[in-house]
Each structure stands twice: as C-alpha cells, then as structure tokens.
Design a protein around this ligand. Structure first.
Ligand SMILES: [Zn+2]
Length: 374
C-alpha cells in the first residue's frame, strides 16, 4: 500500500478505492471478513425498482442498479463489480419477478457497473448487453486488458499483508506497532477477498451500442437510453423513463463524493444541465440514495465549476502542474462534502483532488489526457 499508480491509472475503481481504505476500513478487526453491504430495494413505480447500497463509500465500492419489469421481460441497468454482489442483485430481482432479463444496460465503462454482465448472460443466454459506442472499447482497453496484472498485484498484496499480520514484522523485519499490524490484517482480508472474486469474472462486453439515443419499447413500457454529452467518462448514458418520470444517471451523479477519474470536467457541467432539463421527479444516481430533488445535482455542477475555474486560473497564472496541485486543495468544498465528523476526507482526496486537479489542469492547457488516465 498504497496501490501502485499504474493500477489506479488503469481506471479500476476497486484499485482506486484502496487509496481511501485506511479510513474506510479502520473499524474492522484484523483478518475479519469484510462487513456485508446493506442493499436497499426501493419501488419507484409499477415494476421499477432501484437497488442502492446504503453506505456508498463502504469498500469494496459497488454501483447501484435499476430493475425495470416489463410486460414480458426485464431490463437491468448496471451489474456491479464483484460476482458475489451481482448474485445478490440477481437474487433480489428474482424475488420481484420470474420474467427473464432481456436487456442489460451499462451506463459507462467503470467496472463497478459492468463486472457482473456475464452472470446475467449465464442465467439468460438471450440477454443483450447495451452501452454507448464509446464505452465498449473502453471496457476492453481499461478493464479487461489490465485485469491479469491487477489480479497478480492483488495476489502479492494479499500474501504480503497476511505475512505482516501473522508475523507482526514488515518486509524489512521491522516490528509493526499494533495499529499497523491491525491495518495489515484488514488489508489482507480485503485483498484476499478481491483475488477470489476477480478470478471468477468472465469478460462479457456490450454487444449492442449506440451514439445518441436508443429507445427500448418493451410492451407498454418506453425506456429511453440517451447520451447527453461527455462527463464522468466519454460514454455516460442515462436511462430515462418518460411516463414514470424517472432517470438513472450512472456516475454522472455519485453521492456523497463525485468520482472524478478520467473525466471531462467542463463538459460534465453541461451534461448535468441536460440531465437537469429532463422531466423527471426521481433520480437514481450511480452511487448513493435515490434523489427526489435537484439539490445535489446542482452541488456537483458547482464543484465542477470550481475545479474548472481554479485550474484555468492556475494555467493563466503560469503555474506548473506541481504548483497547481500544491495550490488547489478546494478546502471549502472539502468542508462541505467531507465534513470532519464524516470520515469522508480520504475519499474526497482520492476521488476528487487527486484525479481531477491534474487532469483539469491538462485540459485547461488544451492537452488531451485521454480516457482512463488521470
Ligand atoms: Zn461507479
């Protein structure tokens, strides 16, 4: 620890969240199994259910899902990361209906939203997996291609931290104080779990893609998949139910801390404005609880405006990247989104400051940092 920069840059949230783990996992006993996440299933309209994780920052971080039960079949939005998580989502789906899943929609390429695709295909071979056209190649390049290396790194980390926890000595033979030994036990549990889970995953990329809009008419139900512009990634899509006035945003909206990896900050502001303009009463974010107003959406827009403005100013003032990173710490935003009693400080640093300032600075300079990279 911390995980190597190359793994974080590869874009897996699982790796990125490890940077925040010291705070998130502090309460666990050494070597104890990870606490089970609490899943909330909320009926939003006839046949429409949000599946959201009660603590969005509990590791390992998992994406929300939306289940839409139609006359003959089911459309599922996002499939989570770990096989055990996806199996829980499917078990909940089967409590709701015995109709088959016909479409799986991936809102974007981060693997906490598509890792479980293969489990839906295993159960329902006819299922079609849909994403934006930009998302499919990003899944291949930034989640499937680096996976063997990540798995190897996690195996090594699991072995190392298990050794540290058992012997009380680090790699140099130095004795670990109690706090660090406990922490090593927590990390050993985390990486051991991750290795077992990731080793089960099978690649199952989208097989139907679109660029602007795709409408799924499933019996009486109209489901609009829309690309409203780049934002958190190049291919973020929203799933809009016009009759039910519900929209699922993927990670264009993440509560309580936006995930700012590899994003298009200036465009994201406008894309959120397009989400805001949709006639919807209910928002299902990529992470966090169901929202019934636009307050948080506007908050994220304001944060993005601050990131864009401050990095632009840094470039105008002739600051180097290192100087800009040193200067821009967004203390007011940290106080607002990660109050001191919230334990969210490390998440703000890992999910906002660390990825966004460098990338927004490069964008302000007119550089193209590419997708999947800080
Ligand atoms: Zn996500």
């Amino acid at each position: 620890m911390p995980p190597s920069r190359s793994v974080v840059a590869a874009g897996t949230l699982l790796a990125a969240l490890c940077a925040a783990l010291p705070a998130a996992g502090a309460a666990r006993a050494a070597g104890a199994p990870l606490a089970e996440r609490e899943l909330e299933v909320t009926r939003l309209a006839e046949g429409v259910y949000a599946m959201t994780w009660q603590d969005p920052l509990q590791d390992p971080i998992e994406g929300n899902s939306l289940v839409i039960v139609n006359d003959e079949d089911v459309v599922v939005v996002d499939t989570a990361l770990l096989p055990s998580t996806t199996r829980r989502l499917i078990a909940e789906l089967r409590k709701i209906t015995d109709k088959p899943a016909r479409y799986v929609v991936n809102t974007h390429w981060h693997d906490d939203h598509h890792g479980g695709n293969y489990l839906y295909r295993e159960l329902w071979p006819e299922v079609t997996i849909v994403s934006h056209a930009a998302t499919r190649p990003l899944i291949l390049e930034h989640t499937y291609r680096p996976r063997p290396g990540i798995l190897e790194e996690y195996e090594q980390a699991a072995a190392r931290f298990t050794r540290w926890a058992e012997t009380g000595l680090d790699d140099e033979g130095k004795e670990l104080v109690e706090r660090r030994r406990k922490r090593a036990g927590e990390l050993a549990a985390f990486y051991s779990m991750a290795v077992v889970e990731l080793a089960q995953q099978r690649e199952m990329p989208p097989d139907l893609t679109f660029t602007d809009q795709l409408v799924l008419q499933r019996g009486a139900r109209t489901i609009e998949l829309r690309w409203l512009g780049r934002g958190n990634t190049a291919g973020d899509i929203v799933v809009f139910l016009p009759a039910e006035r519900i929209v699922a945003t993927g990670d264009l909206l993440v509560y309580p801390i936006p995930f700012c990896f590899g994003s298009y900050y200036a465009e994201w502001i406008d894309t959120l404005a397009a989400v805001d303009a949709l006639p919807a009463d209910v928002i299902v974010p990529g992470h966090g609880p169901v929202m019934r107003d636009r307050a948080y959406l506007h908050t994220v827009q304001e944060l993005l405006r601050a990131i864009v403005a401050e990095t632009k100013q840094a470039v105008a003032d002739g600051l180097t990247l290192e100087q800009a990173k040193e200067k821009i710490k967004l203390p007011d935003w940290k106080a607002k989104l990660a109050p001191e009693d919230s334990n969210r400080g490390p998440a703000f640093d890992a999910f906002v400051l660390s990825p966004a300032i460098e990338r927004a600075y490069r964008q302000a300079k007119g550089e193209n940092p590419g997708e999947g990279r800080v």
